[in-house]
Design a binder for this molecule. Structure first.
Ligand code: NAD
Ligand code: ISE
Length: 337
């Protein structure tokens, strides 16, 4: 007998939402897209036509639809918490893009509702946990191959950002990935954060500090440095290195292959996050679908989302005040063990 496909609704069909629609429809197994919503109704309708789904008039109708078993939220961050709360109230699993919510209070409301529902339903889109390179680093750490982690160095370079992008958004939109990665790789919490801005690139809008250097410290004292440079121009470049007590494990700039012409060898690198993390997004969505079939949340959960937002908010305060900001260490509820 053929297995029933998971029926997925997608809310927000912009950059990453449209990619997720394509992934569910064409790149992974076990699911199909049945309903979409975007405030840009024409875009949602066009996409729905391409994948045999229905464009619905509101997000609430997607969530409550009897033709939807699970939901992906890919709207801007400010709508994540209210939509996630609706999914929990409907008892439906949800993959919410990062951040779980921009404020700690909203993340807490999601955690409270999820626990009250008695079922873990929420996964947060920290897809670097599904990237082969980061997984390799995590294995090298947990196997003891490099000894004890002492330092974690990260680089996060985007080619460019719109003029509306702020120094604070470098923390909440970009560095939040390194915050989750650091927690996941080190297996402990970040306890303080400081942000330093030095010489400015001439390519950033005048209001944006770019690049910035974020220095964090973990519970056991591991120092985590993140260079965030969102107008690096030359490409999308994410690198990471853990220095351990007896070795080093790292993830370099991604090489997409090279060509030789006119006596020159040219290497190609990703132009954006879509290309760099394409395999990771696919693995994330496949794992989410498989997890739902097994009644599990396999990726970052809403407690991870809360912790990441706590650190990101501390980093925002660090940008604004120029001081070192302490981050409270939260006790993980047994529900999320
Ligand atoms: P985007 O602006 O391209 O797309 C957002 C879409 O949401 C737009 O089509 C917009 O019309 C729609 N929208 C706005 N208000 C809405 C509402 N109330 N209900 C439903 N739809 C609404 O943005 P994006 O780059 O696709 O980012 C969307 C989310 O995904 C953000 O939270 C972002 O942080 C996250 N994101 C994650 C990654 C990643 O690497 N995991 C990469 C990019 C974006
Ligand atoms: C974007 O929103 C993402 O989440 C990408 O993964 C990240 O690299 C980029 O800096 C963000 O703007």
């Amino acid at each position: 007998m053929a297995t029933e496909l998971l029926r997925v609704g997608v809310i927000g069909t912009g950059n990453i939402g449209a990619d997720h629609v394509d992934r569910v429809a064409n790149q992974v197994s076990g699911a199909r897209v049945t309903a979409l919503f975007d405030v840009a109704t024409e875009r949602a309708a066009e996409l729905a036509g391409q994948v045999g789904a229905v464009a619905m008039p509101t997000a609430s109708e997607v969530i409550s639809s009897p033709d939807v078993d699970a939901i992906i939220i890919a709207s801007p961050g400010e709508f994540h918490a209210p939509l996630t709360l609706e999914c929990i109230a409907a008892g439906k699993p949800v993959l919410c893009e990062k951040p779980l919510a921009p404020t700690v209070e909203e993340c807490e409301s999601v955690i409270a509702a999820e626990q009250a529902s008695g079922r873990r339903l929420v996964q947060v889109g920290f897809m670097r946990r599904n990237d082969a390179g980061y997984r390799h680093m995590k294995n090298n750490l947990s196997s003891g191959a490099i000894g004890e982690a002492l330092l974690l160095h990260c680089e996060h370079r985007n080619p460019d950002v719109p003029d509306s992008f702020t120094s604070q958004m470098s923390m909440t939109d970009s560095v939040i990935h390194e915050i989750d990665t650091a927690r996941w790789l080190l297996g402990e919490e970040i306890v303080r954060v400081r942000v330093i801005s030095g010489k400015q690139t001439p390519n950033a809008a005048p209001h944006l500090h770019d690049p910035q250097l974020v220095i964090m410290e973990s519970q056991s004292g591991v120092l985590v440095s993140v260079e965030v440079f969102v107008n690096a121009k030359y490409g999308y470049d994410v690198r990471c290195e853990v220095v351990g007590s007896s070795g080093v494990t790292s993830l370099g700039s991604q090489d997409l292959g090279n060509f030789v012409s006119d006596t020159r060898r040219t290497a190609t690198m990703p132009a954006n996050w879509r290309i760099r993390f394409g395999d990771a997004y696919r693995a994330e969505i496949q794992d989410w679908i498989n997890g739902i079939a097994a009644g599990q949340v396999r990726g970052a959960n809403s407690f991870d989302g809360l912790c990441a937002t706590h650190v990101a908010q501390a980093a925002v305060r660090a940008v604004t005040t120029g001081t070192t900001v302490e981050v409270p260490v939260l006790e993980q509820p047994a529900f999320y063990h």
